[in-house]
Structures are given as structure tokens and as C-alpha cells.
Design a protein around this ligand. Structure first.
Ligand code: SAM
Length: 160
């Protein structure tokens, strides 16, 4: 469903839809991310390997799942962009002003507001990972951690 042209919460050219009544699956928030950013406007648009140190806190009972993580120089972090709306299918990003479909963007606004970033792992302190350069708000829920496989795409064919 299109929002009326007068909807003040979306930009000209953007399109919102009615969200389905129910979700199809549940996620566990396995931890919380600590960053220096308390307002979305302070967050970088994308993380940077030379950004500030940030801390990933892993909740119980999941801390045991960190065993061996110290061997990964870089980790992929998946997080739930909990303050993002979920109903836009077309967006007009402020930084370039051109309308694009949500799946053609890395905007936080998406049906499942999952953010991903590969970051350098600086240190492991018990259930806390020190990393560098995340781009999310302080307090953002953590949904997964994986060792980096390849920064920009799938592994080459015939590798596991
Ligand atoms: N690196 C991730 C990715 O590409 O999937 C996220 C990129 S997204 C463009 C990063 C932006 O999301 C930040 O600049 C900020 O405006 C917004 N953001 C950060 N944390 C958020 C949160 N917890 N809820 C909603 N929006 C958030």
C-alpha cells in the first residue's frame, strides 16, 4: 500500500507497504554491541577498519560459542538494526537523492533490518570481543558472529 503523499515520515518518491500480520521465524539476540554512537546521525554510513574501537558483548549461554574465535583476524558481525522501519520498498537515500528499491541499497530500512560488516578483531576478553570500526548505534542487538571467509564475496569454486 502506498502511503499518502502527505506522510511526513517518508521522502517524496519513497513507497511504503503494509507489513504482513505475522513474522515467519524468531531470532535470538545473542548479545549487544557497544559503540560510541548514541544517535543514528553520528554513525558512519559504513564501518571502517580504521574506525574507533567497539565492543561486542556476548550473552550467556552463547559465550561458549566463542571458543577459537581468537584465531580469526577479521570477523563478520551480523546485527539487528532495531530502530529501522521495515515497510519501505522504495527509498530515496539522502546522500544521492535517487530512488532505488530497498534490495538495491544497504540502507538499514528493510523488511528484516539486518546489518553485516567484516571488522578487524583486536582482542578477546572473556565474553567480549574488541573490534574496530562498527557503524551501528550503541546498544544494537547482536544476532551472529562468523569468522571472515572472504571480505567481498563467496569463496572460489571447489573450496569448502
Ligand atoms: N554495515 C551494515 C550493512 O551494510 O549491512 C549497515 C549499514 S547501514 C547503512 C548503517 C547505518 O544504519 C548507520 O549509518 C545508521 O544511520 C543506521 N543505524 C545504525 N545502527 C542502527 C540501529 N540500531 N537501528 C537503526 N538504524 C541504525
Amino acid at each position: 500500500m502506498n502511503r499518502p503523499e502527505t506522510d511526513p515520515t517518508i521522502r517524496d518518491g519513497e513507497r511504503a507497504v503494509a507489513l504482513p500480520a505475522a513474522t515467519d521465524a524468531g531470532v535470538y539476540f545473542i548479545g549487544r554491541i557497544h559503540t560510541p554512537y548514541t544517535d543514528r546521525s553520528e554513525c558512519p554510513r559504513q564501518g571502517r577498519a580504521d574506525g574507533p574501537e567497539c565492543e561486542i558483548e556476548v550473552f550467556e549461554p552463547w559465550a561458549a560459542a566463542l571458543e577459537g574465535i581468537e584465531n580469526a583476524p577479521r570477523i563478520e558481525v551480523l546485527y539487528w538494526l532495531h530502530e529501522a522501519r521495515r515497510d519501505l520498498v522504495a527509498q530515496v537515500p539522502r546522500h544521492h537523492g535517487e530512488r532505488r528499491g530497498t534490495f538495491a541499497l544497504r540502507s538499514p530500512v528493510r523488511p528484516n533490518p539486518i546489518g553485516t560488516l567484516v571488522v578487524p578483531l583486536v582482542a578477546v576478553r572473556g565474553n567480549r570481543l574488541i573490534v574496530r570500526g562498527l557503524d551501528c548505534l550503541d546498544g544494537t542487538p547482536l544476532i551472529d558472529i562468523k569468522p571472515e571467509r572472504c571480505a567481498f564475496g563467496p569463496a572460489p569454486a571447489n573450496q569448502p
